[in-house]
Design a protein around this ligand. Structure first.
Ligand code: F6P
Length: 366
C-alpha cells in the first residue's frame, strides 16, 4: 500500500482541481492512501496541517472548478537546500513515497531537482540527526510524476497543458465581446493576453477570432514591422472590415529584445492610420473561471496516468512527465521535458529559430 501525495504549484489554471480529484480517486481506487499538499511547495516545506489525508468525498464536485482548490504559492524556501531538506523530512514523517506535482515548467524543474537530490537530502537529515537511519531506510527512492498545469501552454514536450484551452476559450469570448463594440464605432482594439514567454495563447486566440495582426515573443517582427502592420490593416479596412483586432502577447518583443507594448502599437495605429484605438489588457480574467471540457478530460486522464506511473515505477527509472501527444496520453522523462522548456533562454540569446524549434513550430514567411 503506497502513500501518494498530490500538489499544485506555480500559477493556477482551470483543470488543476480536476487533476487533484483524479489523482486522489485513482490512488484510492487502486488501494493506496491519497494525500494533498496544500499551498504548493510552501505546504511541503511547512508540513503540519498543510499535508492532509484525503477520502473519496473530499474531492466531490472538483472536476469543473477553476483555479486550484488546494492552493498554490510561489515558494522561495523550496528553491534553497534548507527548504528541500524540510520538505523531504515532512514527506518521510507522513510516510509519503510518491509525489505528483501539477504545475508549470518552473515547478516541474523544482520537482526534478528534488528527485535528483533525494539520496543526499536523506543523508544530510540523518547526519544532522533530524531523522534516524531507521526512519529513512524505507524511503530510499521517492517516485515523482509531473503533470503540466499552466494556461500558457509553454511546455514543448506535450501538445497541451492543463488549463490552456480554458484560457483560450475565455480570451475568445472576451474578443467576441469587444468585436461588437469595436465594429459599432469602427474602432481598433489592441488586446493584451498572458503567456509569459510563450505566444500560444496569442496565436491561437488570433486564429480563432480572425485577428488582423499578432505579436508573440518567439517570432519578433523584423525592422519596419509598423509599416507592414499598417498596410495589412489598411487593406482589411478597404475590404470592408469595420473593426481591427491586434493581439499582443504579454512577452512580445522586437528583435533587439525590446518589449513591444500595447501602448506603442496603439500609437502607431493612431498616428499612421488615424484609427480610433483602445487598449484592453485581459489580465487574470483569462486564468479564472471553470474548466472547459477538454481540460476536464485532460486533467482526469493524466491524473489517472500519473498514479499508474508512480505505482508501476521500477527502481531507478527516470521520473515521468505525463504528456499528451497526437491525442495519446503518454509518459516522457521529466528531466528531458524540463530541458526542452528552455525557450526563455533561447529568446534571451536572440536564437529565435531555436525558440520556434523548441515550440515544435515552424512558420514560413509569407
Ligand atoms: O504562468 C501563468 C501566468 O498567468 C502567465 O501567463 C503570467 O505571466 C503570470 O502567470 C502572471 O503571474 P501572477 O499571477 O503571479 O501575476
Amino acid at each position: 500500500r503506497r502513500k501518494i501525495a498530490v500538489m499544485t504549484s506555480g500559477g493556477d489554471s482551470p483543470g488543476m482541481s480536476g487533476a487533484v480529484r483524479a489523482v486522489v480517486r485513482s490512488a484510492i481506487a487502486l488501494g493506496h492512501d491519497a494525500y494533498c499538499i496544500y499551498e504548493g511547495y510552501e505546504g511541503l516545506v511547512q508540513g503540519g496541517d498543510l499535508i492532509k489525508k484525503m477520502v473519496w468525498e473530499d474531492v466531490r464536485g472538483w472536476l469543473s472548478e477553476g483555479g486550484t482548490l488546494i492552493g498554490t504559492a510561489r515558494c522561495a524556501a523550496f528553491r534553497e537546500r534548507y527548504g528541500r531538506l524540510a520538505a523531504a523530512k515532512n514527506l518521510i514523517l507522513n510516510g509519503i513515497d510518491g509525489l505528483i506535482v501539477c504545475g508549470g515548467d518552473g515547478s516541474l524543474t523544482g520537482a526534478d531537482l528534488f528527485r535528483a537530490e533525494w539520496p543526499s537530502l536523506l543523508e544530510e537529515l540523518v547526519a544532522k540527526e533530524e531523522l534516524s537511519q531507521d526512519q529513512v531506510e524505507p524511503f530510499k527512492t521517492l517516485n515523482i510524476a509531473g503533470l503540466v498545469g499552466s494556461i500558457d501552454n509553454d511546455m514543448s514536450s506535450t501538445d497541451a497543458t492543463i488549463g490552456a484551452y480554458s484560457s483560450l476559450a475565455r480570451i475568445c469570448q472576451a474578443v467576441d465581446y469587444i468585436d461588437a463594440t469595436a465594429a459599432s464605432h469602427q474602432r481598433a482594439f489592441i488586446i493584451e493576453v498572458m503567456g509569459r514567454h510563450c505566444g500560444w495563447l496569442a496565436v491561437m486566440s488570433g486564429v480563432s477570432t480572425g485577428a488582423d495582426y499578432i505579436f508573440i515573443p518567439e517570432k519578433p517582427p523584423g525592422e519596419g514591422w509598423e509599416k507592414q502592420m499598417c498596410d495589412i490593416i489598411a487593406r482589411h479596412r478597404r475590404l470592408g472590415k469595420r473593426k481591427t483586432i491586434v493581439i499582443v502577447a504579454e512577452g512580445a518583443i522586437d528583435r533587439d529584445l525590446k518589449p513591444i507594448t500595447s501602448d506603442y502599437v496603439k500609437k502607431v495605429l493612431v498616428d499612421v492610420l488615424k484609427l480610433d484605438t483602445r487598449v484592453t489588457c485581459l489580465g487574470h480574467v483569462q486564468r479564472g473561471g471553470t474548466a472547459v471540457a477538454y481540460d476536464r478530460m485532460l486533467a482526469t486522464l493524466q491524473g489517472v496516468e500519473a498514479v499508474r506511473a508512480i505505482v508501476r515505477a521500477k527502481p531507478g527509472s527516470p521520473s515521468p512527465m505525463i504528456a499528451i501527444t497526437e491525442n495519446k496520453i503518454i509518459r516522457k522523462p521529466l528531466v528531458e521535458a524540463v530541458k526542452m522548456a528552455s525557450v526563455a533562454e533561447a529568446i534571451k540569446n536572440k536564437d529565435f529559430d531555436q525558440a520556434m524549434k523548441l515550440r515544435d513550430a515552424e512558420f514560413d514567411e509569407y
